[in-house]
Write a protein that binds this ligand. Structure first.
Ligand code: NAD
Length: 487
């Protein structure tokens, strides 16, 4: 481990630091890992690979920076976070170009929506933390006050899809609440979070407040979440990894939130606008289906199945597989050859088990996989019950509202649900009955940042969003003073 001249890689015309960012400095490692571009599998960068020493150094930096960051108060911290948000806005093009190269997410949605959400995250949480009012009341002869106290250094672990947005979604409430942070991005897409560290530095966020360590999940990630100085663990990723991280947090008796995978129902009732429903269903292939909230189980009311499928196929035929930097492209390649093999494995096992592959079901060159639709033989099929995290949808039919809800709620997950209907009564009944963290009616991915966000069942623990996240990064304390005992 050394503090040396800054190591960088030129990615999409942007110089990206490839070292860790610890205590306001770039810090290298003796080992590196390689990040490739899913667009053409070319090597983008050799990135510093943290071991125990680098993780420990980052956590200690966060621990040492905590008292002064806390002492700034919500308003003082908000000034820093607003400056960071402004810098994100000013750097959308660079961030989007690097993240597109590193993840193959569609450049136009990164530019227009995803990266800009990072700036919104910092502004939203900074303002919410300032607006928070402590609750005061009298009872039982005492004056009571709920105090929201910053919890301490937080470990934030993020996945490879939308790495910049998801890292800001977690670091923003942590920093606004007064925690300091050690962020470990995913090893398949580490680069945009390195730029986040550079922007935090430029924004004047004090050394040690936001640290970024790069590395492998089972090494750097596991060391980070088990570190005894960490007071909160926030994780987004797979259900399998959450078990390890949750166990590590439990050993240190540290609160833990997890935003995990899903197998989300996309329910289409016969009274719905079928054109809109079919277009949105085909849109679930965007970003190659590597979106946790995607509605991957199409549940269609039987009488409109044929009409819906005709429209769905027409909308899917219009997809363009290609370079994600090209505005005409709608379906990008998958993140990595290992992930492509995993997706392919799901489809091959489904085929071998007698499920009908209605469209797609093949590789399409490079890391592309064809938009795939499968009609399963039964609801217990692996392809129905497990998250694929690729461009693979299934469809099933139902006859009654009760059957639709039963199918929707029949997996171990519960992240999102998408419902298409023109009936207000049904929207309310089904919206209430589906077991998920969010249910959208006649729309998808619309998010109010003050609303709670998370999953039920194997889709997650805890809620992020708005005050729910600020509470998570705080210790809530009740102060009670005996009436008349102080002046
Ligand atoms: P993953 O669980 O493999 O990895 C996520 C992160 O955890 C990475 O940074 C990785 O390095 C780290 N990690 C791996 N093993 C670890 C360990 N033992 N200890 C500590 N850290 C470890 O997930 P992924 O493949 O990167 O992401 C895809 C998954 O994330 C999908 O299941 C998807 O649904 C889910 N996801 C959920 C949401 C949500 O908001 N619910 C959002 C995006 C992605």
């Amino acid at each position: 481990m050394s503090a040396t001249a800054e190591a960088t890689a030129a990615v999409a015309g942007v110089e990206v630091p490839t070292d860790h960012y610890i205590n306001g400095e770039r810090v290298g490692s003796t080992r590196t890992f390689t990040t490739i571009s899913p667009i053409d599998e070319s090597v983008l960068a050799e990135v510093a690979r943290a071991g125990e020493a680098e993780v420990d150094r980052a956590v200690r930096a966060a621990h040492d920076a905590f008292p002064d960051w806390t002492a700034l108060g919500a308003a003082g911290r908000a000034e820093h976070l607003h400056r960071l948000a402004d810098l994100i806005d000013a750097n959308v093009e660079r961030l989007a170009a690097v993240e597109c190269a590193d993840t193959a997410m569609l450049l136009r949605s990164l530019r227009a929506r995803v990266i800009a959400r990072g700036a919104l995250n910092y502004r939203n949480y900074a303002d919410l933390a300032v607006a928070y009012e402590e609750r005061d009341w009298h009872s039982k002869g005492t004056w009571n006050r709920v105090q929201r106290l910053p919890a301490g250094p937080a470990a934030v672990i993020t996945p490879w899809n939308a790495p910049f947005m998801l890292s800001t979604w977690k670091t923003a409430p942590a920093l606004a609440a007064g925690c300091t942070v050690v962020l470990k991005p995913a090893e398949w897409s580490p680069l945009s979070c390195s730029l986040l560290a550079s922007l935090a530095d430029e924004a004047g966020i004090p050394p040690g407040v936001l640290n970024v360590v790069q590395g492998i999940g089972e090494e750097a990630g596991a060391t980070l979440v088990a570190h005894p100085l960490i007071r909160r663990v926030s994780f987004t990723g797979s259900t399998e990894t959450a078990r390890f991280i949750g166990a590590a947090a439990a050993r240190n008796v540290v609160p833990f939130t997890a935003e995990l995978g899903g197998k989300n129902p996309f329910i289409v009732f016969a009274d719905a606008d079928l054109d809109a429903a079919a277009a949105k269903a085909a849109g679930q292939y965007d970003d190659a289906g590597q979106v946790c909230l995607s509605g991957t189980r199409l549940l269609i009311e039987e009488p409109v199945l044929e009409e819906f499928l005709t429209k769905f196929h027409a909308a899917t035929d219009a997809h363009v597989l290609g370079d994600p930097c090209d505005d005409a492209t709608t379906v990008s390649p998958l993140i990595h050859a290992d992930h492509l093999a995993r997706v392919e494995g799901f489809v091959e096992r489904a085929r071998a088990a007698g499920q009908r592959v209605v469209r797609g079901g093949r590789r399409a060159g490079g890391l592309f996989y064809e938009p795939t639709l499968i009609e399963p033989t039964g609801n217990d099929a692996e392809i129905v019950q497990n998250e694929v995290f690729g461009p693979v949808l299934t469809y099933q039919t139902f006859r009654t509202e009760e059957q639709a809800v039963a199918l929707a709620n029949s997996t171990k997950y519960g992240l999102s649900a998408i419902i298409y209907t023109s009936s207000m009564g049904r929207a309310d009944r089904v919206g209430r009955a589906v077991r998920s963290g969010v249910a959208w009616v006649n729309t998808f991915l619309v998010r109010d940042l003050t609303a709670p966000f998370g999953g039920v069942g194997q889709s997650g623990i805890g809620r992020e969003g708005g005050d729910y996240a600020l509470d998570f990064y705080s210790d809530l304390k009740t102060l009670q003073i005996l009436d008349g005992s102080v002046r």
